[in-house]
Design a protein around this ligand. Structure first.
Ligand code: NDP
Ligand code: MG
Length: 386
């Protein structure tokens, strides 16, 4: 049966690949949401004819409003962060796919769940910053939370064959990023171009920098904790430069199940869209002979402090993971503007965690307060490093 989908973050890397899958299978798009890239959004509107479009950035909103004026069958335009939440909550789709980047995705995730929608989640920041709110809401409203992140999709897929057995350990794979073999000193002044050159995946700028610093893996440890109810000490990061094994689970009897495939986000996107059914995605078949060798090495928390910080923040509880996320978002943005050296990213995050100390995260308001405070402190620290 063709699916109907609301896609938040449609103009991004995951968003456009989700539309590739939708196009391939003739899925209906109920709603599209983006922040600022109006031209891409306009093309998507022309092709997919959504009923609703949400645009967060005010200038982009005005631009799209003007462009749509007088157009026959134009979608209804919802504005600002409130519009994004309204769209996420609207009846119409079979599944809401949240591919927004950053904490901005959290209220939309909650709105979708609280309205009874199954949520296909690429926006890992929803779980990093509001993991307990999201997982509590999923239980309360009885909806499905379907991971899109490739590692978490792999774990989710492996658990389909688990017969209800809880794994004893998660093996979370990581490509290691472009600086996998670099020394700490070499990494200090790595350039933007070097950090944006991911060996295996083509992704949005923020997550690509996070892959270079391994903050992406830190966020994914936290994401895995909430999705699979695992303490951080039972989540092992396994650096696997070929990105063929997308992650694995270990059971009490010693059996380890892994999911393999060529690196192609359309596979986990499609699985989250159509779970438990599998559909063609256009992904190339896996040719193990041409790959030949798969290698594995431990993650290095000395060169990549993010790997240590994830467990520390989860164990600290409260808003620690939100602070880590907010400080990192701020530091990455500053690095992308060439304002700070690459090595400063982890120093800013660590300094912000120390300066902010313990903060509560009981409510959405607490979480956004901690996020703002983390950004303020991170910005101050980044200014000093300019
Ligand atoms: P991109 O930067 O490519 O796209 C982000 C999307 O979010 C865009 O549509 C953007 O709109 C929109 N957006 C940005 N800010 C806001 C905001 N404040 N409110 C609403 N929408 C906003 O990111 P990716 O597609 O790479 O990543 C999206 C999410 O998926 C992230 O959480 C990432 O960690 C996760 N993910 C991504 C993977 C990948 O392969 N790319 C793999 C696994 C997870 P606009 O473009 O109009 O500004
Ligand atoms: Mg991932």
């Amino acid at each position: 049966m063709p699916k109907t989908i609301t896609l938040l973050g449609s103009t991004g890397s995951i968003g456009t690949q989700s539309l590739d899958v939708a196009r391939m299978h003739g899925y209906r798009i109920f709603g599209l949401a983006a922040n600022s890239r109006v031209e891409i959004l306009q093309k998507q509107i022309e092709e997919f004819h959504p009923e609703y479009v949400a645009v967060v950035d005010p200038a982009a909103c005005e631009k799209l409003d003007a462009a749509l004026a007088g157009t026959a069958n134009a979608p209804k335009l919802l504005k600002g962060p409130e519009g994004l939440r309204t769209l996420a909550a609207m009846d119409g789709p079979d599944v809401v796919l949240n591919a927004v980047v950053g904490i901005a995705g959290l209220p939309a995730s909650l709105a979708a769940i609280e309205s009874g929608h199954d949520l296909a989640l690429a926006n890992k920041e929803s779980l990093v910053t509001g993991g307990h709110l999201v997982t509590d809401a999923v239980k309360k409203y009885g909806v499905k939370l379907l991971p899109v992140d490739s590692e978490h999709s792999a774990i989710f897929q492996c658990l389909q064959g688990a017969g209800g057995n809880q794994p004893v350990r998660l093996l979370l794979t990581a490509s290691g990023g472009p600086f996998r073999t670099w020394t700490r000193e070499q990494m200090q002044n790595a350039t933007r171009a070097q950090a944006l050159k991911h060996p295996n995946w083509s992704m949005g700028a923020k997550i690509t920098i996070d892959s270079a610093s391994m903050f992406n893996k830190a966020l994914e440890i936290i994401e895995a904790h909430w999705l699979f109810d695992m303490p951080p000490e039972k989540i092992q990061v396994v650096v696997h430069p070929q990105s063929i094994v997308h992650s694995a689970v270990e059971f009490a009897d010693g059996a380890v199940l892994a999911q393999l495939g060529v690196p192609d986000m359309r596979v986990p996107i499609a699985y989250a869209m159509t779970y438990p059914r599998r559909i063609p995605t256009g992904s190339k078949p896996l040719d193990l002979f041409s790959i030949g060798t798969l290698t594995f090495e431990p993650g290095d928390p000395v060169r990549f402090p993010a790997l240590r910080l994830a467990g520390e923040c989860l164990n600290a509880g409260g808003a620690a993971c939100t602070i880590l996320n907010g400080a990192n978002e701020m530091a990455v943005a500053a690095f992308l503007r060439d304002e700070i050296p690459f090595g400063a990213i982890s120093r800013i995050v660590e300094g912000t965690l120390e300066a902010c100390g313990a903060m509560p995260a009981d409510t959405l308001e607490d979480i956004f307060h901690a996020d703002l405070e983390a950004r303020r402190v991170a910005k101050e620290t980044a200014e000093k490093l300019k």
